[in-house]
Write a protein that binds this ligand. Structure first.
Ligand SMILES: Nc1ncnc2c1ncn2[C@@H]1O[C@H](COP(=O)(O)OP(=O)(O)OP(=O)(O)O)[C@@H](O)[C@H]1O
Ligand SMILES: [Mg+2]
Length: 292
């Protein structure tokens, strides 16, 4: 009986081994299948992320295109009647026999309208750029920006301190540089409380990575500062904390311009303490190395 059992068990042995082998094979296959599924899943996730990014880029470029269209329409709508009013003012000023007081009023109106025309041309990108970069005095550029925003810093009673050597020169697209500095100054004016302080400084310095022959322009304010999460987003197009009055384009545009000139832009900001406020530093090569 015992011999029979042993024999039967022996006869069964190959089946058990085969079953074990099949089981092992099944497990290996299952493992392989799981791995393949995980790989597929990871690829799918990558594909989803890539598509999402492409969609976001498309939405961004569509938004940009519509902002551009809006700007063109606005410039057209503002500039046309503005020119008509300026022509009428010119005729009125040229009229013989008008009282002196009236002439002075007309001159003031003309000067203010010219300022509006200048602002619309500049803000909406209608500023005619020279076809090549030019060499200019940085102090004059800073003066012209402060002048352009005079009404705004007067109404805030802001203290604007300019620190720049008279002789300091740089080579760049002047209109674009003006746009960068006015974007930074406007942001500071928005951020400071009444009677707040803004410092504009320009000087020869080393670059952020120790490069020689650079100009560093800083715009510092003692305003509200920015949170860490805001700091991570400020150079993205359409990021704004100013609701309907902000477009979220100023810093994005400024960064593009600075990088086009072979420079870089950095920011430091604090929301509390004795050093509360924000400093933007723009570092640019004194002369443009590459042809833009
Ligand atoms: N000096 C600053 N102090 C505090 N926050 C700032 C300062 N500069 C920029 N920011 C923050 O960065 C955001 C983005 O600035 P950006 O200039 O790109 O757009 P904006 O000023 O909101 O709109 P606009 O297109 O009219 O310039 C601002 O909404 C603000 O929250
Ligand atoms: Mg701005």
């Amino acid at each position: 009986m015992a011999g029979e059992l042993t024999n039967n068990a022996k006869a069964d042995e190959p089946d058990v081994a085969a079953m074990n082998e099949a089981l092992m094979l099944g497990l290996v296959r299952q493992h392989e299948l799981i791995e393949a599924a995980e790989l597929l899943n990871a690829k799918l996730q990558e594909e989803i992320i890539a598509r999402k990014r492409a969609e976001e880029a498309l939405v961004s470029s569509e938004k940009l295109a519509s902002v551009g269209r809006m700007a063109a329409v606005l410039a057209h709508e503002i500039n046309n009647p503005l020119e008509a009013v300026m022509n009428v003012l010119f005729l009125a000023q040229a009229t013989e026999g008008i009282p002196e007081v009236a002439r002075q009023h007309l001159e003031t109106a003309d000067a203010e309208l010219k300022r509006i025309a200048h602002i619309t041309r500049q803000t909406l990108g209608f500023y005619r750029e020279p076809s090549a970069p030019i060499t200019f005095h940085v102090a004059i550029l800073l003066d012209s920006v402060v002048d352009l925003l005079r009404a705004k810093h007067f109404s805030k009673r802001a203290i604007v301190d300019k620190q720049c050597e008279k002789e300091l020169q740089m080579t760049a697209f002047q209109g674009e540089m003006r746009q960068v500095i006015s974007n930074l100054l406007m942001n500071s004016l928005d951020a400071i409380p009444d009677t707040g302080k803004i410092t504009l400084r320009a000087a020869i310095s080393r670059g952020f990575r120790g490069e020689r022959h650079c100009i560093r322009i800083t715009v510092s304010d003692n305003g509200q500062g920015m949170s860490k999460s805001a700091l991570g987003k400020i150079f993205q197009p359409f990021f704004t904390t100013k609701g309907s009055v902000g477009n979220g384009l100023g810093l994005w545009v400024s960064k593009q311009i600075v990088e086009k000139h072979g420079g870089s832009i950095q920011v430091r900001s604090r929301t509390s303490g004795p050093h509360q406020g924000t400093t933007f530093s723009v570092v640019l090569p004194v002369r443009l190395v590459a042809l833009i």
